[in-house]
Ligand binder design. Structure first.
Ligand SMILES: Nc1nc2c(c(=O)[nH]1)N[C@H]1C(S)=C(S)[C@@H](COP(=O)(O)OP(=O)(O)OC[C@H]3O[C@@H](n4cnc5c(N)ncnc54)[C@H](O)[C@@H]3O)O[C@H]1N2
Ligand code: MOO
Length: 409
């Protein structure tokens, strides 16, 4: 008996989450290196960093004014006190002489508090007199004094391993006297478009040709994930040999190679022809848009082969390239960037695949509402929106008011 099988029946698609897991299984975090603070924003700390000393390193004035012993101002029956002046203390790198009881030392913000002083009186609460300075009657001990070690003590953990370094974190390290940070090296990603029809933006387009949107799209998007990106010139559809050579060369010097186009079911699928069953495999993933995908390694370097339709390339980049780049950089799953939003309208699902849709976000009544903003097969819909939402496979629409995962683009 002869059995006919429609080709589509022979190809089982992989779930979105399984494809992400397979991609992540190829990843090893980049090695640890020490970088100057100025270059560490957006990198992940590879070790706990502890304070080498006290901060502040010495007691100092929190206000411009007068350093006093608080007890010298008390017990005058409500009459303001007049004290003679001691030498002025400015912020400098030497310690001032001790304060003699019964005197007030003019002091500047940040200057070391002289030994024997217990408080600082702000200048605007004082009056100059011929004999010195008139001071208020009651000043609590410790007023406007920043105590040694009140921010941190030697050995305190300043920042924990795994932290994504932000400018404020780097300032914390600088304030503690630390000049470099041990981080996972910024991942290096090579991006390569494909298609004989492609011409560069700015170049004259002849009939049948298409301006290359994916190289710009993928390079700029992947940079926002914190990677250094190299773009390679698009490869023609009839040159799998050239593509293989380019990908192998890129794999030797990058942590990830991303291609776009040439993965579906035609006869000129250059990426597929060059790489299928040479460390990579190609299959549909249960996602729309972005179903045709390839995945594997080239000389040990992970490769993600995305579909060529620009909206499918965009969705694939957000769903697959992004987690891989974050994992390479040592960033934990907790920082996935996905949040939950409320649907402002009912949205149809697909029974067999996850739908990814561009949406507008609107803050209303303490909730973030998601509003559909056009077809997911048009790049411009994503430009009109601010985020994508993920609708799991199902037979019935997801109702208005339901919460769904969203990722800002
Ligand atoms: N028989 C089937 N055909 C197709 C299937 C399928 O399952 N069976 N899947 C469709 C889906 S879904 C997509 S997405 C595309 C993906 O195809 P490829 O990855 O092979 O991409 P290409 O054929 O190279 O290009 C598709 C489309 O995108 C344009 N393109 C490609 N690169 C760029 C670029 N850099 N800038 C702008 N536009 C680009 C290209 O000109 C084509 O129009 O396959 C479907 N077909
Ligand atoms: O992935 Mo493709 O769904 O046609 O754009």
């Amino acid at each position: 008996m002869t059995m006919t099988l429609r080709r589509a029946d022979a190809i089982t698609s992989v779930s979105l989450d399984d494809h992400v897991a397979a991609a992540l299984s190829l990843v090893q975090q980049t090695e640890v290196c020490s970088v100057p603070l100025a270059e560490a924003t957006g990198l992940v700390l590879a070790d706990d960093l502890t304070a080498p000393g006290f901060l502040p390193a010495f007691d100092n004035a929190a206000m411009d004014g007068y350093a006093v012993h608080h007890a010298d101002l008390a017990g005058t029956g409500g009459v303001p006190v007049h004290l003679p002046l001691a030498d002025e203390i400015a912020a400098c790198s030497t310690l001032p002489p001790p304060l003699r009881r019964g005197t007030a030392a003019p002091i500047m913000t940040g200057a070391p508090l002289p030994q024997g002083a217990t408080a600082v009186v702000p200048i605007e609460h004082t009056l100059d007199t011929t004999a010195g300075v008139e001071l208020p009657v009651v000043v609590p001990a410790g007023q406007h004094v920043r105590r040694r070690g009140q921010e941190h003590l030697p050995g305190d953990v300043l920042l924990g391993r795994g932290r994504l370094l932000r400018p404020v974190d780097l300032a914390v390290l600088a304030a503690a006297g630390i000049s470099t940070a041990p981080v996972h090296r910024r991942p290096r990603v090579a991006v390569l478009g494909t298609g004989t029809e492609l011409v560069a933006p700015g170049e004259r387009r002849v009939d049948g040709a298409v301006h290359d949107a994916n190289t710009t799209l993928l390079a700029t998007l992947v940079r926002t994930y914190g990677a250094d990106v190299t773009t390679l010139p698009p490869t023609a559809d009839d040159r799998p040999d050239v593509l293989r050579h380019l990908v192998e060369r890129a794999a030797a010097t990058h942590d990830l190679v991303v291609t776009a186009g040439g993965v579906s079911a035609g006869t000129h699928e250059v990426v597929r022809l060059a790489l299928d069953r040479r460390g990579s495999h190609f299959h549909p993933v249960a996602i729309s848009p972005g179903a045709p995908q390839g995945l594997g390694t080239v000389a040990g370097t992970p490769l993600l082969a995305l579909p060529g339709n620009p909206s499918a390339a965009l969705v694939s980049c957000a769903m697959f390239v992004r987690p891989v780049v974050l994992a390479l950089a040592g960033r934990g799953a907790a920082e996935s960037g996905w949040t939950s939003v409320t649907l402002a309208q009912s949205l149809d699902r697909r029974p067999d695949r996850t739908r990814i849709l561009p949406v507008l976000l609107e803050e209303r009544g303490g909730r973030t509402l998601a509003l559909e903003c056009g077809s997911a097969h048009r790049l411009e819909s994503f430009a009109a929106g601010e985020a994508i939402v993920r609708l799991e496979p199902g037979d019935h629409p997801v109702r208005a008011g339901s919460r769904v995962p969203a990722l800002r683009l």
